[in-house]
Design a protein. Structure first.
Lengths: 378, 563
């Protein structure tokens, strides 16, 4: 899904200007619990980074650390080249050039749309303030609602006001904390497109927290996957999806099944047969796990086969087939919507041609043969 | 006072965890801690001074008798309110009968009748010179036996009649709101009405009953005016008499420690009575208990029971006060313009207004300070500021005196001869301080309830838009918690007007408020003259009860819609 769009949304180049945001070994503990552990993250000007992970993984903590709502225990945070937090210094949130957009929009209920947007423009002379309010409201196409109160707006409009309000003071970074999850399914895609377009139009650096894998992959220039306060992988979307760095990333970012496999003389084999060749692994003889995604698994009805279709889920455009192998392990396979094999059908299972599956040793992905294995079998 | 705590929210409520920004602002955090120190100082002073002076001079005389009297009084009032309040709550919840819908709310009204007012009206009617005994003597001869009215049972009766609404309110809330879904579940599991009642509803109501009873006992413990009408000497009375009679600090303090021990025992008792039960959840939506219709004489009997409690606790005394007040006004029109009355009214109003403003402002500052973060220290300090309401007035009073004495000593050491000179003479400042200690809890709870409705993200958004703490207070928090602050103002204002023990204990010579005036007139049996100021107090006290009824009614609507 993200593959085709990838080249079109390469992050803008940053020449000369300092990165908008740098986290350097940032750690935050709550008693014995580690909220964030030695985070390393850089966002260039105009870049949109998505932060994703299961609940409690530390993504919101990261956002709060950047905003100055939490004080890091260790590490340095820089915003637009300026150190805002390190061992000695700590800049209060109101002095940081950071905009915040929350899931509940957090509009001031007692202020009109215009006054909400003007809230962060206190330092400006009145005329300039009014001009800026008009400018950002036009940007989100809400100029005509300037006099309304938040409760008189729809959810999507509230979200746009929240964005306009955050953008008004021209922050160096805008932080968005699951900004679309309170919206209706039907509305969400449109608001998301608008928001991303607005951020891009203004060249604003953004960090977006989400729990929606599709959203993370389709919106971000870069995707940061977190678990237990640790960054598991930070890379462009296609790398995160196609070359997950860990078992967790593989299973969290999209569906994945794992099969025990073996590499011998550059040939990867597992229960379903030869999967692929592994160039450069000619000298190794090692056990691995292979990551297979449902779209990479092909099925072929074959009365003599030992694998059986165990469940079928109709998803509309595609049909998800669960297949039980002779060993009892299960694989999943996406089939076009017109293919619907009855439960119990005997099938041969193969891996689609051209697939370069990810290999895991332990919980970590490997791209080159482990030194020990090479030596042992050499 | 504690009634306001019920007002702020009649149901027990789970403490909602609130994540505050972890950074905190030193100035605001210090303010919250300072407020906590301010509130706890008098109590700590009592404990330290009382324990420190234990060895000297032995215990005050008659202490055993006092302790016993206090114990019997508290248990008696507890049992009385449990029967009256619990029984009435049960009656209006489980049955339908004529006028039930009106009685449900009217039964709360005795909350507006201070015990020291009901007490003297009661005496005027039932004491030796009152109409009841006179009538009896006229009918049955001069030596007919009647029980002594100025006695422990008399005090128990009067206190039970004014305090039962605490138990009534909490029990009813438990029966109606918490138990509905659970009751339905029990019925669908095959339990009959009686069994569902005994096995599900009553156990579920137990924590609420415990909470109501502990409020009642705290109020009983605090009182040392009403019981004196009845010649009942509790430890609180002891504190008052010892201090006012001898100005003997140590004896008064030792008695105050005893009062405090009783308070601790009440709180511990509440915990024990609750057991491990913490039924805070509402039992979900459901039909709940279907009230059974009582017809014929049973129905009217139920109506009569409710009406009797209402009449005894509120209607009859108010009527009697009105008759007296009108009689006074007709007989002596000049008394209406009595300059003393005006003066005392002004005293009451000014002291109450200043206390209310101080409590509301402090509550705002505490709520805002908690919002600005600062971690566990600040949140615990904020919790501590609400602890004054559980401390009986006598303890707060003596504690304030000790604190002022300490201040005097400090000032003298610093070279100011005589210090503040506030100690023995008492001072309005002392009264105000004691009011803040006592009433900060309801004020803060009201403001905090408003703060709880503001999403933390609102505060964070304002911060990230460049607003500092002061600007956030002025432009975001203040406009949004205004309703809570208004409630806090009204609650404290009225509690302060009603308050009697603290003023009696701490007032400077010649300083009188309306409540003190009522009390003094009533002690001298000038009942007709006490009627008008008493009515003023009752009228003021009706205001928060009205709030309470409206609030409870709103909370009751979903339950009603299900029926």
């Amino acid at each position: 899904m993200s593959v085709q769009a990838a080249s079109a949304r390469r992050a803008p180049r940053a020449d000369g200007t300092p990165p908008a945001l740098v986290l350097d070994r940032v750690t935050k503990r709550y008693g014995a619990v580690v909220g964030a552990s030695a985070l390393e993250l850089t966002a260039g000007p105009g870049e949109l980074v998505t932060l994703i992970g299961p609940s409690g993984c530390g993504k919101s903590t990261t956002l709060r650390l950047i905003a100055g709502l939490e004080r890091p225990d260790e590490g340095t945070i820089r915003i637009a080249g300026e150190v805002v937090a390190d061992g000695r210094r700590f800049q209060e949130p109101e002095r940081r050039r950071v905009g915040l957009v929350f899931q509940d929009h957090a509009l001031f209920p007692h202020l009109t749309v215009a006054k909400n947007v003007a809230f962060g423009l206190d330092g400006l002379p009145r005329a300039a303030r009014r001009a800026r309010v008009g400018e950002v409201l036009d940007l989100v196409r809400l100029g005509h609602l300037a006099g309304r109160y938040p409760h008189e707006l729809s959810g999507g409009e509230q979200q746009r006001v929240a964005l306009a309000r955050a953008l008004a003071p021209r922050p160096a970074v805008v932080l968005l904390d699951e900004p679309f999850s309170s919206l209706d399914e039907s509305l969400r895609a449109q608001v998301r497109r608008d928001t991303v377009a607005t951020l891009r139009e203004t060249g604003t650096t953004g960090v977006l927290v989400t729990h929606d894998q599709t959203e993370a992959l389709s919106v971000g220039h870069r995707v940061v996957v977190m678990r237990d306060g640790v960054i598991e992988q930070a890379d462009v979307p296609e790398k995160v999806f196609e070359q997950p760095a860990t078992r967790f990333v593989a299973s969290f970012m999209g569906d994945a099944d794992f099969l025990p496999a073996h590499v011998h003389r550059a040939l990867l084999t597992c229960e379903i047969g030869v999967v692929s060749t592994v160039p450069g692994w000619g000298g190794s003889d090692v056990d691995v796990d292979v990551v297979l995604r449902p779209h990479e698994v092909a099925l072929d009805p074959d009365p003599g086969a030992t694998a059986r279709v165990s469940a079928v889920e109709y998803h509309g455009a595609f049909v998800l087939h669960h297949v039980r192998l002779a060993s009892g392990r299960t694989l999943r396979s996406w089939q076009p919507h017109n293919v619907r094999l009855p439960v119990g059908t005997a099938v041969t299972v193969t891996v689609a041609a051209g697939t370069t599956p990810t290999l895991l040793i332990g919980d970590t992905a490997v791209t080159s043969p482990p030194a020990a294995a090479t030596g042992a079998s050499g | 006072m504690s009634e306001a705590a019920v007002l702020a929210d009649p149901r027990p409520r789970p403490r909602r965890p609130r994540r505050a920004p972890g950074t905190g602002r030193p100035a605001w955090s210090a303010l919250v801690v300072l407020a906590a120190v301010l509130v706890t100082t008098p109590v700590l002073a009592v404990v330290v001074d009382g324990l420190g002076s234990l060895g000297e001079g032995g215990l005050p005389r008659g202490i055993g008798q006092m302790v016993l009297t206090t114990l019997v009084l508290m248990l008696g009032v507890g049992a009385g309110t449990l029967v009256v309040g619990g029984g009435l709550a049960w009656l209006v919840t489980a049955y339908r009968f004529p006028l039930r819908d009106a009685l449900v709310w009217l039964l709360v009204l005795p909350l507006a009748m201070p015990a020291y007012i009901l007490g003297f009206v009661f005496l005027s009617v039932f004491d030796v010179a009152g109409p009841v005994q006179s009538g009896l003597r006229a009918a049955l001869g001069a030596d007919v036996w009647v029980p002594e009215v100025r006695s422990l049972p008399g005090a128990i009766l009067v206190l039970s009649l004014t305090l039962y609404p605490y138990v009534y309110l909490l029990a009813r809330a438990a029966l109606v709101e918490q138990a509905a879904g659970t009751y339905d579940a029990a019925r669908t599991l095959g339990a009959g009405r009686t069994r569902a009642l005994r096995r599900v509803l009553l156990p579920l109501a137990r924590p609420s009953l415990a909470a109501g009873l502990s409020l009642v006992m705290m109020e009983t413990l605090t009182d040392f005016a009403t019981v004196q009408y009845f010649n009942v000497n509790t430890v609180s009375v002891g504190v008052y008499l010892v201090w006012k009679g001898t100005f003997d600090f140590h004896s008064a303090t030792q008695l105050a420690v005893l009062v405090l021990l009783f308070a601790v025992a009440v709180l511990a008792g509440e915990r024990a009575f609750r057991g491990r039960a913490r039924f805070h959840q509402r039992g979900g939506r459901g039909q709940g208990l279907q009230p059974q219709r009582l017809t014929g004489w049973r129905g009217w009997g139920a109506t009569l029971l409710g009406a009797a409690a209402l009449a005894a606790g509120f209607l009859v005394p108010v009527l009697q006060l009105l008759v007296w007040a009108v009689g006074e006004a007709v007989g002596d029109p000049a008394s209406l313009a009595d300059p003393r009355f005006v003066q005392y009214l002004v005293n009451s109003a000014v002291v109450a207004a200043v206390a209310a403003a101080a409590c509301a402002a402090l509550s705002l500052a505490i709520g805002h300070g908690v919002r600005m973060g600062g971690g566990r220290l600040v949140t615990s300090a904020a919790q501590l500021t609400t602890f004054g309401y559980a401390v009986p007035g006598a303890v707060v009073g003596i504690g304030v005196l000790i604190a002022f004495a300490g201040l005097d000593a400090l000032l003298e050491r610093a070279g100011v001869p005589g210090g503040t000179g506030l100690l023995v003479t008492g001072s309005v400042l002392g009264i105000l301080y004691a009011y803040v200690v006592r009433f900060l809890a309801p004020a803060y709870q009201a403001v905090d309830a408003s703060f709880a409705k503001i999403s933390p993200t609102l505060t964070w958004s304002a911060l990230s838009l460049g607003a500092g703490p002061l600007r956030i207070l002025a432009r975001v928090h203040l406009p949004l918690v205004r309703p809570g602050a208004a409630v806090a103002l009204v609650l404290v204002l009225i509690d302060a007007v009603k308050e009697l023990p603290i003023v009696l204990l701490l007032r400077p010579f010649g300083f009188t408020t309306v409540s003190v005036w009522v009390y003094e007139l009533a002690r001298e049996n000038f009942w007709e003259k006490a009627a008008l100021p008493a009515l003023v107090i009752v009228a003021a006290a009706v205001v928060p009860v009205f709030f309470l009824v409206r609030q409870a009614r709103a909370a009751d609507l979903p339950g009603k819609a299900g029926r």
